[in-house]
Design a protein around this ligand. Structure first.
Ligand code: FAD
Length: 336
């Protein structure tokens, strides 16, 4: 066992995901506390330039795994890269963002390295325990059972501990352009032929902000009454720089594609501001958004369960309230 921490650097189409910078920030804080080295693993194709950003955001070293077969995300290939490098380095901790990619990779990586995983953590602590050799202890706080409980799970496995971190909860470090770049390039990454090849990725939500990365989300549920009415949510989202989401009822009705769904079987989001419009607040919906920093709910039913969680409750008809909010926000923001 060496003394390093590894952070998986997630990129899509050559663009780093913010969640990786957040994981790097948390990795940096733990590495400084334990006086250990922070390494970032960056798989992809023609992505070497991203190493400088990872360095500015805290990596002491960046392992660049550049290969044509890594251009499009392929879980089998990506797991091979990270597991191979990790088994050479034998880090004390591996961090990934709890994005769709991170949630797919984390359990596979844990299985490959024969270790445990704390998934979708909302805070973590890493310390050195008593005894010889002194064990590293990972204390991870994570929502369980659809957010009904918040559990603290503790791992003191001597080999790799792995955690995925919920987006928008961990802050990146202030970028430092003067940090020296230290990269290591690895080409070959897979000893056995891949069983699956990703030939094409078809995005049904082209050009739309990824909900898991959005700082402001305006979500519409069955109360929207039909797909044509989402225009008022889009106007509000546009006025305040947000993204639009949907409840499962709206997705099941075919009003929005599945990528928009927030909740247990949709995306888990943690924006600074979540505005729920015409959403009742079923437990499965709350599972995906209850850790949002500020929740505003608009519902005509004063007894809607969403109001129990909301920081600001607006009882009334969303078709009257949403356009008024949009106009007010536009006025306020233009005064700035
Ligand atoms: P409803 O519960 O029908 O609520 C509509 C609300 O709109 C009502 O409160 C009503 O008062 C209000 N309303 C109507 N008209 C207006 C108006 N003009 N102005 C203001 N308010 C108005 N759901 C998810 O969202 N995400 C998930 O990931 C998810 N996963 C699930 C997984 C499982 C295994 C199961 C069983 C269910 C899951 N669900 C999920 C479904 C969930 O249980 C609810 O059925 C769903 O969240 C309800 O969506 P809704 O709030 O939009 O609709």
């Amino acid at each position: 066992m060496s003394n390093e921490i590894i952070v998986f650097a997630e990129q899509r189409d050559g663009k780093l995901k913010r969640v990786s910078l957040e994981a790097l920030g948390e990795g940096r804080r733990i590495a400084d506390k334990l006086s250990v080295k922070l390494i970032s693993i960056l798989p992809g194709h023609k992505i070497k330039d991203l190493a400088s950003t990872l360095t500015q955001y805290g990596a002491d070293e960046v392992i660049v795994a550049d290969n044509k077969l890594l251009e499009k995300y392929n879980s089998e290939a990506y797991v091979s890269v990270i597991a191979d490098e990790a088994s050479k380095i034998k880090p004390i901790l591996i961090l990934l963002g709890a994005s769709s990619m991170g949630k797919d990779l984390g359990p596979r990586l844990a299985a490959r390295l024969k270790t445990c995983l704390a998934n979708d953590c909302i805070s973590i602590k890493h310390s050195v325990g008593a005894g010889f050799p002194r064990p590293y202890i990972l204390e991870a706080v994570r929502p369980m059972y659809g957010g009904k409980i918040i559990a603290t799970v503790i791992s003191n496995v001597p080999d790799y501990q792995i955690a995925t971190l919920r987006p928008n909860l961990f802050s990146p470090v202030k970028p430092d352009e003067k940090r020296p770049i230290n990269t290591k390039e690895v080409g070959a990454y897979c000893n056995t032929p891949l069983r699956t090849i990703v030939k094409e990725v078809v995005s049904t939500a082209e050009g739309i902000v990824d909900l898991t990365e959005a700082r402001i989300i305006v979500t519409g549920g069955r109360g929207m009454k039909g797909p044509e009415n989402y225009k008022i949510l889009e106007d509000l989202a546009k006025a305040i720089g947000g993204a639009v989401g949907a409840s499962r009822a709206a997705v099941d009705a075919g009003w929005k594609p599945q990528e928009f769904q927030v909740g247990l079987t949709g995306k888990t989001v943690t924006p600074d501001l979540y505005i729920a419009c015409g959403i009742s607040g079923a437990i499965q919906h709350l599972a995906g958004m209850s850790t949002s920093k500020c929740i505003v709910a608009i519902n005509k039913d004063p007894n809607a369960p969403i109001f129990k969680l909301a920081d600001y409750s607006i009882v009334g008809d969303l078709f009257q309230i949403v356009p008024l909010l949009t106009e007010e926000f536009k006025k306020l923001l233009s005064e700035k």
